[in-house]
Design a protein around this ligand. Structure first.
Ligand code: CO8
Length: 265
């Protein structure tokens, strides 16, 4: 509860501001502790997801992930998250979602690793599809989304956070990032591209090019630009030749060379 309270105290303002901006709402002045002020409670018995309507901003749903111990994303959990979001999208009384963990300390440990170990190809495919389907919905939902990251958030946990419109993380010694490379797994292209869009190209390259995954990640990340040049090589040579031989450019280069010589004197 402490981490959640911290988000309420230190990040609640950011969360509410992010949602307000996203929903084009006017700030009321008072800072609501969104995560602490909740009323109606929806959860099916045995369900991994709890939905709470915020008491201040009633059009905001707080979606709490509750698959103990670490919100490992298995097929059933991913399917439930997807259905939950679909229901909220179809409920006109909601305009935004805060995604968080019901168990502060861990937002999500990412994919349930046991789902990727010694499973049949059929099951593995179905599992991966459930992740894709949930991700596509979360990433492109019309609802405004905020990840209230109240604990560790590696790999798939980071993917969920990156997929939201805004993120706020609790203070504490919590980790976040695409740590697939530590498992010797290459982050799939859509993981990488999502991180690039949020964190920038260079930071993503540095984060993903570790150990065994270095070569593959580098190739995946740089392949597109390299191929673009390869397919337009003649066009690019023609452009360069035409540009560089223009009188004005030649004069400019001449002046620059002269300046270089004078600098040495
Ligand atoms: N999957 C399954 N079980 C897990 C996972 C997981 N991701 N993470 C933790 N557990 C289990 C632990 O084994 C432990 O089990 P048990 O109680 O039986 O011993 C239990 O959950 C509790 O774990 P901890 O004691 O470690 O809990 P802490 O609160 O101390 O730490 C952490 C929480 C920091 C989240 C820590 O558990 C951790 O680092 N977990 C590993 C996270 C990780 O590496 N996730 C990677 C998942 S892979 C992924 O998401 C993307 C893969 C993309 C594949 C692409 C292929 C092409």
């Amino acid at each position: 509860m402490e981490a959640l309270r911290k988000i309420g105290q230190t990040g609640g303002c950011l969360v509410s501001r992010a949602l307000s901006a996203s929903l084009h709402r006017r700030q009321t002045g008072a800072v609501p502790l969104l995560l602490l002020q909740q009323k109606r409670y929806y959860a099916d018995p045995g369900s991994y997801v709890q939905v709470v309507r915020d008491t201040v901003y009633e059009d905001i749903a707080v979606v709490k992930m509750n698959r103990k111990p670490v919100n490992g994303l298995n097929k059933d959990f991913l399917t439930e998250l997807n259905i939950t979001l679909e229901k909220l999208e179809n409920n006109a009384s909601y305009r935004g979602v805060i995604l968080t963990s019901a168990n502060p300390g861990v937002f999500s440990a990412g994919l349930d690793i046991t789902e990727m170990y010694q499973k049949s190809p059929e099951y593995t495919s179905a599992f991966w599809r459930s992740l894709q389907d949930f991700w596509m919905r979360l990433y492109s939902t019309n609802l405004a989304t905020v990840a209230a990251i109240n604990g560790h958030s590696p790999a798939g946990g980071c993917l969920m956070a990156l997929s939201c419109d805004y993120r706020v993380m609790a203070q504490g010694k919590f980790t976040i990032g695409l740590n697939e490379v530590q498992l010797g797994i290459v982050a799939p292209f859509w993981f990488q591209e999502l991180m690039i869009r949020t964190c920038g190209e260079r930071e993503t390259e540095k984060a993903l090019q570790l150990d065994h995954a270095r070569v593959l990640s580098k190739q995946m990340g740089r392949h597109q630009l390299r191929e673009k040049l390869h397919s337009k090589q003649e066009e690019d040579i023609a452009f360069f030749t035409n540009f560089i031989t223009k009188d004005a450019i030649q004069k400019s280069i001449g002046r620059y060379l002269e300046g270089l010589k004078n600098r040495k004197k």
